[in-house]
Design a protein around this ligand. Structure first.
Ligand SMILES: Nc1ncnc2c1ncn2[C@@H]1O[C@H](COP(=O)(O)OP(=O)(O)OP(=O)(O)O)[C@@H](O)[C@H]1O
Length: 269
């Protein structure tokens, strides 16, 4: 595995009982890139994310993260590896009975090596990083807006200096302004810190604002992967439906003005 790849997935097969979700799926995540995964409902996006986090048994093939094969990791190595990534899931983002402070402190306490004072300083730093005020630390999740909840969840995901961020529909449930704010925050943090991001998103604006490459899942595998403008040129029913509605066309035209597409991605064989 080359040093410039954070995740390498080869010939992956996953299934629930007799239902295969992925078959012969190959995908790489380059170190420091934002890779977005799109695909129709039920195409296996969340399942792929879960498989990368070691939350699902791998039926076939391999997933290597930082050159470590998920299937052969012992318990200790698995825990150490999990501390190198952060997760922001669509649902259940925060512990509802814990304050913002305690939510962000949670992974820091679990880690077990930090003093109370260090945890306080780190929580304050993470709150500032995601654009929240110090006094927000004492609020409960029920007292926060949807956008603030996502920010706290992002702060928690980044609490342990994550090298990879897994995001499942990070802007779902947000109004367009809050979603655009979150995209800008993610882009800025990504530029400053340089972590790798693997993100499932249906949101074309989020893809355009944040993704370096887009992987399209269909028929249990990666149909195509590349920069958004190249992927949008591939002739496939899902891609036509997803990228070439009225809104998609407007966005693609605006993007094409900013950075004209290189060659079209090859159609799948
Ligand atoms: N725990 C589970 N048990 C059984 N089948 C499951 C389970 N989780 C997912 N599946 C099935 O696996 C397939 C892929 O599901 P997955 O949630 O990964 O799709 P998705 O692309 O993320 O969909 P969506 O965009 O609708 O969220 C679906 O057919 C789904 O029914």
């Amino acid at each position: 595995m080359k040093a410039d790849t954070a995740i390498v997935i080869q010939d992956l097969g996953t299934r629930f009982g007799s239902h295969w979700v992925h078959r012969h799926l190959d995908l790489c995540v380059h170190t420091g890139e934002v890779l977005a995964i799109v695909g129709g409902s039920g195409s296996g996006k969340t399942t792929l994310l879960r498989a990368m986090m070691g939350l699902l048994p791998i039926a076939e093939g391999t997933i290597r993260i930082f050159d470590l094969d998920l299937r052969t990791l012992d318990h200790g190595a698995g825990i150490a590896l999990r501390q190198r990534w952060g997760v922001l899931f669509q649902q259940g983002a925060l512990f509802s009975a814990l304050t913002v402070f305690e939510n962000i402190a949670f992974p820091l306490r679990e880690w077990g090596h930090l003093s109370t004072a260090d945890i306080g300083d780190l929580v304050a730093l993470k709150l500032q990083m995601v654009g929240l005020k110090p006094e927000d630390a004492w609020k409960l999740p029920a007292e926060l807006s949807g956008g603030m909840i996502k920010r706290v969840a992002l702060a928690r995901a980044l609490a342990l200096e994550a090298e990879i961020l897994f995001l499942d529909e990070p802007t779902s449930g947000l109004d367009p302004i809050a979603a655009a704010d979150f995209d800008a925050l993610l882009r800025n943090l990504h530029q400053d810190i340089g972590f790798s991001v693997v993100m499932v998103s249906h949101d074309l604006d989020t893809l355009a604002a944040t993704a370096d490459r887009v992987a399209v899942l269909a028929d249990g595998r990666v149909l195509t992967v590349g920069p958004l403008l190249e992927v949008a040129q591939v002739d496939h029913p899902y891609i036509r439906a997803f990228f070439h509605g009225e809104r998609g066309e407007r966005l693609l035209a605006a993007l094409a003005k900013e950075c004209p597409p290189r060659e079209a991605a090859p159609a799948p064989g």
